[in-house]
Design a protein around this ligand. Structure first.
Ligand code: NAD
Length: 360
């Protein structure tokens, strides 16, 4: 079966890190029988430069047809003065909403070799591997009514609405259970059901969906406790599912447990498992063109793509192993080298390809 992949490198270090992802893809095609049709398109500032639009029509059309999308990063100081709708970030936001990518997967994993980069004790985080599934298109960030109004006494009042319809909870729960089935079959739903009605319904719907997944062990945790547990004993979690607001905060906490922004991949999925895969970091204008960018978050995003959109868990596992082997061999880009000898972006990509070939 031929997989159709769209590749959107974007701006800044985007093209540099995506090039290394493409090397890995080429190796999968040459040595592992992976069959893919790969097409590139412009997005963000590059889209604006090319077509006057951060999400050119052609790019959106390509993404609609693709089975999965590999995304680099967007943004840069040269675009900061554009009007809001033409800014690079708008391209990314429009792409996510056009494709209804409501399920945001944010893994927090820490290769044992890099445990010293974390601010937590080595034994608490070494080998950490958790997945936070955050609802991305609903909740308090989108709920109506919202605004700032003036009260009768002249004082102003800000207000937002936390609202989740049953179908929204159902689809994010299903997405999270599906992911738990591909991992260790443990799912923790995080809410604030002791205080919020929206959370009460959230919990009820998650329990209902759980009946479809008898093999997954479901637990519930209040968000205040979850934030505590994430820094007290993070390895107790496998998959966490939560709302937009709680997920925003908890996923950043979890990411920082691992210490390095250049190592973390992410994904956003639709109801059919089609997804966009990208490193969590931005376009890093401060290091563009210097060969300093760590390409591993992008390469690990590719592994997630194989696992969660393309049904190629074995190949995904091989990429994860190859990255682990490269770290064992001592390869480090500057961001994870701790002042020791470091390799360039391209050397790191080449090392992963060499390690992957050894697994063929
Ligand atoms: P950033 O993530 O680009 O950079 C933060 C710091 O981390 C910088 O010092 C950078 O050099 C470093 N860094 C980031 N990725 C790295 C990598 N792979 N290897 C080594 N070091 C890395 O965040 P920022 O500086 O706040 O934003 C820069 C631009 O990126 C802005 O225009 C912002 O809007 C955009 N941005 C885009 C995305 C996205 O494309 N999804 C996400 C966040 C920010």
């Amino acid at each position: 079966m031929t997989h159709k992949l769209a590749v959107l490198a974007g701006d800044g270090i985007g093209p540099e890190i995506v090039d290394e992802g493409l090397k890995v893809l080429a190796c999968l095609q040459a040595d592992f029988g992976f069959d893919a049709e790969i097409e590139a398109a412009a997005i963000g500032g590059a889209g604006y430069d090319q077509a006057g639009d951060p999400l050119p029509e052609q790019t959106l059309a390509l993404c609609r047809q693709a089975d999965a999308i590999l995304f680099g990063a967007i943004g840069g100081p040269q675009y900061d003065d554009l009007e809001r709708d033409l800014r690079p970030e708008k391209g990314l936001l429009r792409l996510r909403s056009s494709l209804t990518l409501f399920s945001n997967l944010r893994p927090a994993m820490l290769y044992p070799q890099l445990a010293d980069a974390s601010s937590l004790k080595n034994e608490l985080v070494a080998g950490l591997d958790i997945m936070i599934v955050r609802e991305l298109t609903g909740g308090i960030y989108f709920g109506q009514p919202r605004g700032i109004r003036e009260l009768d006494n002249g004082e102003r009042e800000g207000f937002n609405t936390l609202v989740y319809a049953e179908h929204e909870v159902e689809r994010i729960a299903r997405s999270a259970f599906d992911i738990a089935m591909l991992r260790n079959r443990k799912l923790c739903s995080v809410d604030k059901a002791n205080v919020l009605e929206a959370s009460e319904l959230w919990r009820e719907v998650v329990i209902r969906v759980a009946a479809e997944y008898p093999e997954v062990e479901l637990s519930h945790m209040y968000v205040d406790n979850a934030s505590m547990q994430l820094v007290r004993a993070p390895k107790q979690f496998d998959v966490i599912v939560t709302s937009n607001l709680f997920g925003d905060i908890l996923s950043d906490t979890a990411a920082m447990l691992t210490g390095s922004i250049g190592m973390l991949p992410s994904a956003s999925l639709d109801a059919d498992g089609k997804g966009m895969y990208e490193p969590i970091h931005g376009s890093a204008p401060d290091i563009v063109g210097k060969g300093l960018a760590n390409p591993l978050a992008t390469i690990l995003s590719l592994a997630m793509m194989l696992r969660y959109s393309l049904g190629q868990a074995e190949l995904a596992g091989m990429i994860d192993t190859a990255v682990g082997n490269v770290l064992n061999q001592g390869f480090r880009t500057a961001d994870i080298a701790g002042g020791e000898h470091s390799v360039s972006t391209a050397e790191m990509g080449d090392a992963v390809v060499a390690a992957l070939r050894e697994l063929a």
